[in-house]
Design a protein. Structure first.
Lengths: 313, 274
């Protein structure tokens, strides 16, 4: 088996522009599933990705949740990692240095327990030239304070976004939670507060139980559901949000192959993120890029960006 | 062959592997042989492979398995049927194809200069110790084995251990072989009589913890191979963390073998079912 899949030659222009960022194709990695890319370098040619979105970075080290942290479910998986990360200083001294040697735009996912936490992370990263954009995580369901608490009502979502807008000119992508009654309200709130793009969806809050032991499968009982099981929900939300806001939408949720990515583009996404698929097959991102190119060739699509919102209703 | 020579730059491969044989070796326990030339050439004792047993909606994630033996172009995996993944694995027959990522993890990493080693295996904990026993014996290290299982039938790999070890002592829950009781009775005795330079243990976490305590009391260094549920297997997802005195480490790349001294056992989890 090839370690790195061969480049598909295609006439189609796969490049897209998101919030002022020119990406060579619309395929990004989903935060938390790809670390900072180093772990995947044996399987993926990072220079063939649209962007690497890093694991969430907090101001100080976070130890994350107790184990077990993961459970396989039908068509997907639950995780409750809890944003374990070494903190922004260690990130800048380690993964970010390594990423700087790679030919790929770096989007740093930012997390915090408070507005001040988010601001501290971004202020520190403003000193680093190797950061192309920020993705603001207001949607992690696995932490007690911050995370999803900011992303499930409009005022705090807007407050975090506005606070970050005031400290950076770099593109701000806000990652939205699906665990809300109306995701378009949150999307409009962060757009109004200065977000340059939104990415959706983060994981759906779920749980799994082992009937034999009568115990929850996750130590934290509840966790975030991801994988193909959530794709219809994610598609619906991307379609709704793309019609509700003017900023670009980045679609994420259960994308396993090129056809899945095309569906998100048609629903209104300008780019996509591949997450859980990386666990099943570490070359998934390359297959998605190749699948997109193949789709464009087969359908005579000259520019992949022409697919965005091209759903025929 | 030195087990210490694991190249820090060694890279995992994605390899298409083919089933050569898949045999039941005890109640609920199978031994599967896979044609995996690239992994077989690179794997060190204690390392594992991350197998994509099946694809489809009900099988999203891979399953990690210690490599039990490796030789030529073949690797062998000992597995216990515990859940959907291993049930599917038990149904594989000659010619079936899967893909595997490996070799993964740090392995046992036995330092040079070890003259006498004690291996302690509880149940399927024998899996990552088979290849270690063979390779250490081949390099002239005296190997003692303490092995425990519920019944004599479940003393998997006992023949392998007996063929290469200086001494094998067993314990079974039902007394059908060796001592009646836990393997810790045997390991405690062998620690005293054989005076090993190093103990390597794999088995249920409560047993591994007890053996680690015995080794610590005897002043003998101890390595332990731990099992965790994992998703990516390559260090990215942080599902498989082990709490250590140096913080939370990843079983897939920082382990699965750890220095027993650094493991915070209170963070021990219930055995994974997969």
């Amino acid at each position: 088996m090839e370690q790195k899949s061969p480049r598909v030659t295609s006439g189609a222009d796969l490049s897209v522009e998101i919030a002022g960022l020119r990406l060579r194709n619309p395929v990004m990695t989903a935060s938390g599933t790809f670390a900072s890319g180093r772990e995947y370098a044996d399987f993926v040619d990072l220079s063939r990705l649209g962007a690497v979105v890093t694991k969430g970075v907090s101001p100080m080290a976070w130890t994350g949740n107790e184990s077990p942290r993961v459970a396989e479910t039908f068509g997907g998986m639950l995780n409750s990692i809890g944003l374990q990360n070494p903190g922004v200083e260690a990130f800048c001294a380690g993964d970010l240095v390594w990423l700087g040697s790679q030919d790929v735009p770096v989007v740093v996912n930012v997390c915090g327990h408070s507005v001040e936490d988010y601001v501290r992370v971004v202020e520190r990263l403003e000193d680093e030239p190797g950061v192309a954009a920020y993705e603001v995580n207001i949607s992690c369901p696995n932490v007690d304070a911050g995370g999803m608490a900011f992303g499930t009502s409009c005022a705090p979502a807007g407050a975090v976004t506005a606070a970050l807008r005031s400290v950076t000119k770099r593109p701000l992508i806000v990652k939205l939670s699906p665990n809300v009654t109306d995701i378009t309200e949150i999307a409009r709130a962060v757009e109004g507060a200065g977000a340059d793009a939104v990415s959706l969806v983060n994981t759906l809050l779920g749980m799994a139980i082992d009937a034999e032991t009568r115990r929850p499968k996750l130590a934290r009982v509840v966790g975030g559901l991801s994988g193909p099981a959530i794709k219809p929900v994610a598609l619906r939300m991307v379609w709704q949000v793309a019609r509700a806001v003017g900023v670009p939408v980045i679609g994420v949720g259960g994308i396993m192959n090129g056809a899945d990515a095309v569906e998100f583009l048609l629903a209104g996404a300008a780019a996509v993120q591949v997450g859980t698929a990386n666990f099943a097959d570490p070359t998934s991102t390359m297959r998605v890029v190749d699948g997109l190119a193949e789709y464009c060739a087969r359908h005579g699509v000259g520019r992949v960006s022409d697919l965005t919102g091209a759903l025929e209703e | 062959m030195s087990c210490a020579a694991l190249d820090a730059g060694s890279h995992p491969l994605l390899e298409r592997v083919e089933v050569l044989a898949n045999d039941r070796v005890a109640e609920g326990v199978g031994l599967i042989a896979l044609h995996a030339p690239r992994i077989a050439a690179a794997v060190e004792p204690g390392q594992f492979v991350h197998l994509r047993i099946a694809t489809g909606a009900d099988f999203l994630l891979r399953r990690p398995f210690s490599v039990h033996r490796a030789g030529g172009e073949t690797i062998e995996i000992l597995y216990q049927v515990l859940g959907r993944g291993t049930l599917d694995l038990a149904g594989k027959t000659r010619g079936d194809v899967m893909d595997a990522i490996g070799p993964l993890g740090t392995g046992w990493d036995i330092p040079d200069g070890i003259a006498h080693i004690l291996l302690v295996a509880g149940g399927l904990g024998a899996a990552p110790l088979g290849m270690l026993a063979e390779r250490l014996s081949a390099r002239g290290v005296a190997v003692s084995v303490a092995q425990g299982a519920p019944t004599s039938e479940r003393l998997v790999a006992r023949e392998l251990f007996e063929s290469v070890a200086r001494r094998v002592e067993v314990a079974t829950d039902d007394g059908s072989a060796g001592e009646r009781g836990f393997v810790t009775v045997v390991s405690e005795r062998l620690l005293q009589t054989d005076r090993p330079d190093l103990v390597c243990v794999c088995g249920p976490e409560i047993m591994a913890r007890a053996v680690a305590a015995q080794a610590a009391r005897a002043g003998v260094p101890c390595r332990v191979s731990l099992e965790r549920l994992m998703a990516c297997g390559i260090g990215a997802c942080l599902s498989c963390v082990v709490t250590t005195s140096h913080g939370r480490k990843r079983a897939c790349v920082d382990g699965p073998v750890f220095d027993a001294e650094e493991v915070c056992w209170d963070g021990a989890e219930v055995p994974p079912r997969h």
